[in-house]
Design a protein around this ligand. Structure first.
Ligand SMILES: C[S@@+](CC[C@H](N)C(=O)[O-])C[C@H]1O[C@@H](n2cnc3c(N)ncnc32)[C@H](O)[C@@H]1O
Length: 253
């Protein structure tokens, strides 16, 4: 997920390939210590879900937004643990189809819904959410600061943001993908109107990611989803020291 511009059609195919690949799911669940069957897209390890849940501070019946939710696994897990209501947004219809299917198995009827929208134009009402999470996706927004402004719009006063991403270990490093270089959370979260902004490096999460890429590269599977994971793994391992894993948290004033 690091090179040229990627639109909804690209992600629809990416998710369709994943749905046909139990081998990919198994590699990810094993490497990241995640509960099986969560339909995870990605590279955030199990303990991180606990951290996100704590940072969001949701109460039962509160409204959680998962923006660029993909197949929905992380947001569904946080909603499951907290008893919150969940709205997931993504621009991939195929991702939302899979997220809806997972939520019917993991959450009580009516607790979750999934809607088409983009990172910068979700179509959701202002100041209605108690918590907002965005996992490994803000770098796809055009441009990333516009997504942060949209996130601020969606949260009620006192609402909490938890966002995961990467940043350049060295801003001058030309190996860092342009879309990651465009994300500056320390600068842009306050500019978007957030207070209590904290951006913390997560070394353990990054090490879990390394394990995932190593296991993916060594795996036997040959379906398109496994091949895509392997390509991403090789690319990531080649430039592993160029990125830091970060968790950003903030409050809407
Ligand atoms: C790396 S995946 C992460 C998905 C999910 N948050 C997770 O961690 O499992 C990035 C997600 O961002 C979505 N995405 C990319 N650009 C987007 C945009 N402009 N608007 C909405 N969603 C977008 C993709 O469809 C994909 O689901």
């Amino acid at each position: 997920m690091t090179s040229a511009k990627r639109g909804a059609a690209y992600f629809d195919q990416w998710y369709a390939d994943m749905a046909a690949s139990p081998v990919r799911d198994a590699i990810i669940a094993r490497a990241l210590r995640l509960p099986p069957g969560l339909h995870l897209t990605g590279v955030l390890p199990g303990p991180a879900v606990t951290t996100l849940t704590e940072e969001l501070g949701l109460s039962e019946g509160g409204l959680l937004l998962d923006i660029a939710c993909g197949r929905g696994g992380y947001g569904i897990e946080v909603a499951h643990r907290t008893g919150s209501r969940l709205i997931g947004v993504d621009f991939s219809a195929e991702a939302l189809r899979q997220a809806t299917s997972l939520s019917t198995r993991r959450l009580p009827t009516g607790r979750a819904e999934f809607r088409l929208g983009t990172l910068v134009a979700t179509g959701l009402p202002a100041a209605a959410a108690d918590g907002l999470m965005c996992v490994d996706a803000v770098q796809f927004a055009e441009p990333p600061p516009a997504a942060l402004i949209e996130f601020r719009r969606l949260l009620r006063s006192g609402g909490r943001l938890a966002l995961t991403c990467w940043e350049a270990a060295d801003p001058a490093d030309r190996r860092v993908p342009a879309r990651i270089q465009a994300v500056d959370l320390r600068r842009d979260l306050p500019r978007a109107g957030f207070v209590d902004v904290r951006v913390r490096e997560q070394r353990d999460w990054r090490e879990a990611e390394r394990t995932l890429w190593q296991e993916a590269v060594a795996a036997d599977g040959t379906d398109p989803a496994v091949r895509s994971l392997q390509e991403e793994g090789r690319r990531s391992l080649d430039t592993f020291d160029s990125l830091r894993r970060v968790l950003a948290t903030a409050t809407a004033p």
